[in-house]
Design a protein around this ligand. Sequence first.
Ligand code: SAM
Length: 447
Amino acid sequence: MIDQQSYKNTAQGPPNPRQITADILLQVIQKHQQLDITLEQALRASSLNSRDQAFVRQMVYLVMRRLGGLKHVLGQLVNKPIAKEAALTRTVVLMGLAQILLMRTSDHAAVNESVDLIAGAPHPKERGMKGLVNALLRRAVRESSKWLKAMSERPEADIAGPYRRRWGDRFGIETVKQLGASLASEPPLDIRLKEGEDGAKWAEALDARLLADGTLRRTFTDVTSLAGFDEGLWWVQDRAASIPATLLGDIKGKQVLDMCAAPGGKTMQLASMGANVTAIDRSKARLKRLQQNLQRTGLSATVEMADAAEYDSLLSFDHILLDAPCSATGTFRRNPDVLWNKGPADIAKLAVLQSKLLDHAFSLLPVGGLLIYCVCSLEQEEGEGQITAFLKSHPTAEIVPVTSSEVPSIEQTIANDGTLTLMPSVDAEAGGMDGFYIARLRRHAAG
Ligand SMILES: C[S@@+](CC[C@H](N)C(=O)[O-])C[C@H]1O[C@@H](n2cnc3c(N)ncnc32)[C@H](O)[C@@H]1O
């Protein structure tokens, strides 16, 4: 069996961005490591300059977003599948195909650099696959229009099989096609301004589009270089992720508990809306990021490391926001690895935790208080399944339906019961949004 050694152990000379890209993709595709963490660790450990870092980032995300389509093309190009053990060879071919079909790299460079990459592979058997890599990629160049057409005709191929079926059953095949198509381009960068900042002014300064709900939307970039970042006048938050906090209405001076708060997107939003926020999370590392975010934006909250399933406080809260840990399948455009590395077993496990957190959150809620439950998931078990079961076992809980004026221009996302189901295919012309399920609950008096 061929070793899956990484280039890291054999690299000599200056760091090679393509080798680093291949190593990251191997970790994510073969070893099911989390993409964002693996990428950041690899870049931090490398001495790549910022241009090469941007190349690695772009290539890794492109291959992961289009993995299903690229794998399909590869399957058609080979007479027999490349051995499972030759994982590096397959990765290098997928990278080569991405460059030939989806990037502006010259065909000549894409083929030659891929061949060089495999010629320098750590294992002799993979080095012996140089000829195969060359032949496959040359054929892909000759037939590129055919393969590009095949990929664009089947956008759903980029959604991993289990989710294609799940979401097909739930939303219909047309929606799955639209969800697949949302992977063809880089997701937008969404910015949320502090309350009181002038949206139109900042749209101009940030070269962004101002959406009806106040989101500033632009193309992806290194945010630290943008105006207003150092001054902490805004933070990055997907349009969908900014909706849950707004559903609490006017919270100036109210005590709000943000359960599962880190890294603090919603904490900053709640604090900016004028609430006295208590933000809890059980992850020390993520709370550190929350603290940094608060510091940069000059917003304040009481921050505690705690298990939200057992949390108790001397304070009584007016409202609670529970942004529960979930499969994150709704963020598949930003985290395409979830489609390939998270499955039904993860979802079932998380659903148990969500139900526990929801029960406990409700036990801390006063009569008349609002509880926002949300998950960045497109899975029934984590969304409406959770709330249906919860309402059955909690007779003093009711849904406070979201109204159309609360979600301008996306009223169609309000379900019959008044909860929200958001997804990348919603308002697709404007760039879509992450998938989210959001329910607003209230406790009423017993009897
Ligand atoms: C979806 S993320 C929260 C995102 C955050 N609300 C925001 O807007 O930036 C879920 C969070 O739940 C935290 N978490 C998971 N289980 C928890 C528990 N039992 N108690 C407290 N926090 C928990 C995770 O550490 C993670 O930070």
